[in-house]
Design a protein around this ligand. Structure first.
Ligand code: ATP
Ligand code: MG
Length: 385
């Protein structure tokens, strides 16, 4: 008896004519997820099977598969011959000690001598005898279910539970977004959410080396790596904005430091996004969370972006909802490591909470905007993850 993982996919099947496109992306992502295990992936009647792997790796493979968007549910099944006695031997091991159960059967091979109802009845009877009164059948609300799937090759898959997958759409089916990735809690979650809708994600990080140290950069690389397990890889671009901060600090009123820096970040991000053929910017902003995330703050940074939409998937989320997602995706522990983010360099005591655009423009007029942006682009580095 060998372990086999059954994979069922989610929303993709709704996509009518584009179904092939979604399935191909899903399949590519599944293959990528299991590439380190000598396993075979096959497609079979509207689902996928992962098979021929070392049985001891089953849990590890399923952990990888849990991060593939588009995967609705999966089951760890045992493959045996289609002989009812063999099926029974496996089914026994899946039974709980006591409680109610039912058997659900499916015949992929219609030549099999028993109908699916007959398989369920016979196997159910065998399990009842075996349990000697500790189990009873309840077809409506059983405490567990034994499932039998008769395959074409005179083999059967026997399994119990459905394990919830990541759902969503396969990454690679909804264009590419450029995520402004800080070292905080929010932006990795924002990237995760857009990847769940099928978006390919590349990341852009602004640092203020030497005010921010190498550990801060490594933290962002780690976050990108955590995110990349969901996004089927990513590219992390880093840009130095130290000189921009110094220029703002020197020439502009301190309460506009953050607002003006933000506007530089957005300008740089849009230009970079266009270069790498990304179709939107993604940020981890949430309304009202901090001074720069008032609607006026968002308006002021948004207004320098000329062509692309800025997606803010967390805009209506509470911090604790974001933290919950961060924990679930496995980023939280890394996000809370205490390294300085570039935004805390030259932080004013009283940032402008409702920055007026006329004031901002007056302050910005003191700067060589294009020159500063060009210098930033000279520092760009690319890390393929
Ligand atoms: P996060 O938890 O993502 O750091 P935050 O609550 O700290 O967010 P801000 O610092 O106001 O909020 O940043 C808002 C958004 O701006 C971030 O979610 C991120 O998308 C972007 N951002 C901020 N700092 C950087 C940075 N150094 N590099 C890239 N993007 C950044
Ligand atoms: Mg931050």
């Amino acid at each position: 008896m060998k372990k086999v993982i059954i994979i069922r996919y989610s929303e993709i099947y709704l996509k009518g004519k584009n179904r092939g496109f979604f399935e191909r992306a899903f399949e590519t992502n599944l293959r990528r997820a299991i590439k380190d295990f000598d396993a075979e992936l096959i497609k079979q009647s509207g689902r996928y099977l992962v098979q021929d792997f070392d049985d001891d790796c089953a849990e590890e493979i399923m952990e990888k598969l849990k991060k593939v968007f588009g995967l609705h549910t999966m089951s760890l099944a045992y493959e045996t011959s289609a002989d009812l006695n063999d099926i029974f031997e496996v089914a026994k091991t899946l039974c709980k000690e006591e409680g109610t159960f039912k058997v659900e059967s499916h015949r992929g091979d219609k030549r099999y001598p028993l109908t699916s109802v007959e398989i369920s009845k016979k196997l159910g009877g065998m399990l009842l005898d075996y349990a000697k009164g500790k189990l009873s059948v309840d077809v409506h609300t059983p405490s567990f279910t034994i499932r039998v799937d008769i395959r074409e090759n005179n083999r059967a898959l026997v399994f119990g539970e459905f394990i919830e997958g990541a759902n969503g759409m396969p990454v690679g089916t909804a264009g590419k977004g450029l995520l402004l990735l800080s070292g905080g809690i929010d932006s990795p979650v924002a990237g995760h959410m857009m990847a769940k809708r099928g978006m390919t994600i590349d990341c852009l990080h602004f640092h203020s080396y030497p005010y921010t140290n190498m550990q801060a950069k490594e933290k962002v690389v780690d976050l990108a790596r955590i995110l990349s397990e969901y996004t089927c890889g990513t590219k992390l671009y880093t840009v130095k904005v130290t000189h921009i901060q110094e220029a703002i600090h020197e020439k502009c009123k301190p309460q506009y430091m953050i607002t003006i820096l933000r506007r530089f970040m957005y300008r740089i991000a849009e230009r970079h996004a266009l270069r790498i053929h990304a179709t939107c910017l993604i940020t981890g902003e949430s309304l009202g969370q901090v001074a720069s995330q008032t609607i006026e703050g968002m308006t002021s940074s948004n207004s320098v972006v000329e062509q692309l939409p800025v997606l803010r998937p967390l805009v209506g989320f509470d911090k604790n909802e974001i933290i919950e997602r961060s924990v679930k995706m496995g980023a939280y522990e890394t996000s809370i490591l205490p390294f300085e983010d570039c935004c805390t360099v030259f932080l004013p005591d009283f940032p402008a909470i409702r920055p007026q655009i006329s004031e901002i423009l007056k302050e910005e007029a003191k700067l060589d905007i294009e020159g500063l942006i060009a210098e930033a682009f000279e520092s760009i580095e690319k890390i393929v993850i």
